[in-house]
Design a protein around this ligand. Structure first.
Ligand code: AMP
Length: 467
């Protein structure tokens, strides 16, 4: 008697009556040629998708630059004693309006803001400094040994006009030294950025430096600047007319040709510095001289943000300022912590953009190595070969040996080609025969010599050859 099928729980399974497939009414539909017609594929509604303007993908082939950048930044930060901090990508919009400054381009034109359903107003960070200063205050870092040296990296957002070197989402790295008023901190920040550029092997860059004074001396300078520009009122652009009222220092940043012509004759801030600012600037320059860091005094450089006091600096590629813009920008901001409700705390920091630096690495044809090449490469033929290869792949990976594979490929030729392309030293070939006989063909990718090795000896053999 045939045994009844058992279910998992041990009870015999009820035999279900097999039913014949239902006959469809009428004859099956046939195509014109007499064969049954294929069911029609439903039409897919297509939409065109593109990355938002001013953003970009970092494709696998470009990742080596980004990996190199991050590694270099992390190493230099560690050497100079900067600790990593990560702050949110969005913050209260007021943090930037008050910190970065109401009259700056960032707030006037570039900031991305949004409101939550609950009515909170946030902004995507257009820069790191206000967020880091907020964190310094919020976490009582004033109680830690000063200066608190922090660094970070990640995306920032500015609704800028997209062009070469100018994106709407771009990546910055940022170093801040909070809690020290000495010029040593200014110089150490400059030094860290110079070392990052040097370690990335960037040739030929220039440091521009200036001091824009403090709330005691800066107003006198602003008055003189306004007086000078009033005389040229009819020769400046509409934006500059606004700047003249709201933020006169920004007049010196205008890129329009007619305004650029007026800048060289403008009064210079160094002539207005108070004794303390003068001394601080002198010390900073002396320290740079001592460290043999060359620089250009740029008496008309003011930088775009409201919080700067005393030192401001930029690093540009080449001997002249070019279209692509500064690689690094930074300065001292002695009043920002207090402005955000903290105790008076001097600070200095700088930021640089990944994209601009990477574009220079490419332009200067600096070789950046790919991630480590696999040492061995699995080549498989047939179903059994594929299974054994997959298992062996795991065994090697667990032992810390770098393994490459092209499991999606079936032909030996294309897999060996892939192994060659990835510069593997050894290829391990497993076909149906090898799988059955528990063997592996070991191919030396340099000489092309092949040997059959028993599967249980392959690990030892590979390790011996990779030594
Ligand atoms: P900033 O915060 O404006 O001083 O900029 C610091 C650095 O960030 C610059 O020197 C550039 O390297 C980079 N950067 C600024 N704006 C952009 C942008 N729109 N696109 C790409 N990189 C930028």
């Amino acid at each position: 008697m045939p045994r009844k099928k058992q279910t998992k729980r041990g009870r015999p399974k009820k035999q279900t009556k097999r039913t014949k497939p239902k006959k469809t009414r009428g004859r099956p539909k046939k195509s014109k040629r007499g064969r049954p017609s294929k069911p029609k594929k439903p039409k897919i509604k297509k939409i065109s998708v593109q990355s938002p303007k001013g953003t970009h993908d970092i494709l696998p082939e470009n990742q080596k630059y980004w990996i190199k950048m991050r590694k270099t930044i992390n190493n230099v930060a560690e050497e100079y004693g900067f600790k990593r901090i990560d702050t949110p990508i969005f913050e209260d919009v007021n943090l930037y309006i008050k910190g970065t400054g109401q009259s700056t381009d960032i707030i006037q034109k570039e900031i991305y803001t949004f409101k939550t359903k609950g009515g909170d107003a946030y902004a995507l960070r257009p820069e790191f400094t206000p967020g880091i200063v907020r964190s310094y205050i919020e976490h009582g870092m004033k109680k830690r040994p000063q200066p608190v040296k922090l660094y970070t990296l990640g995306p920032v957002f500015r609704h800028d006009k997209p062009q070469a070197g100018r994106y709407r989402q771009f990546y910055q790295f940022n170093f801040e030294s909070i809690g020290d008023q000495s010029s040593l901190s200014d110089v150490q920040i400059i030094q860290a950025f110079i070392h990052i550029l040097k370690r990335l092997k960037i040739k030929n860059f220039t440091l521009y430096i200036n001091s824009i004074g403090c709330p005691i001396c800066a107003p006198e300078y602003k008055k003189a600047l306004v007086q000078y520009y009033r005389k040229h009122r009819n020769d400046i652009c509409v934006d500059c007319k606004k700047r003249l009222k709201e933020n006169p220092l920004r007049l010196l940043d205008c890129k329009k040709t007619k305004c650029k012509n007026i800048i060289p004759e403008a009064p210079q801030v160094v002539d207005f510095l108070c004794d303390e600012c003068k001394e601080h600037f002198k010390e900073t320059l002396e320290l740079l001289d001592e460290l043999e860091i060359s620089y250009i005094l740029d008496p008309l450089m003011v930088r775009g943000l409201d919080y700067y006091t005393k030192t401001v600096f930029e690093i540009w590629e080449g001997d002249q300022k070019s279209e692509i813009g500064a690689l690094v920008g930074g300065g001292r901001y002695d009043n920002l912590v207090e402005m955000f409700g903290g105790k008076p705390t001097p600070a200095v920091g700088a930021a640089a953009g990944f994209e601009r630096i990477i574009s220079i690495i490419k332009k200067q044809d600096i070789k950046v190595r790919e991630k480590k090449k696999p040492e061995i490469f699995m080549v498989q033929l047939g179903e059994m070969g594929k299974r054994r290869s997959l298992k062996l792949f795991e065994e090697f990976r667990k032992k810390g040996i770098r393994v490459g594979e092209a499991f999606s490929k079936d032909s030996m030729k294309s897999q060996l080609k892939a192994a060659d392309k990835r510069k593997a030293k050894i290829a391990l070939i497993i076909g149906q025969k090898e799988a059955i006989e528990e063997n592996v063909i070991l191919r030396d990718m340099t000489s092309g010599n092949q040997e059959v090795i028993p599967m249980n000896k392959i690990m030892k053999e590979v390790k011996k050859r990779l030594k």
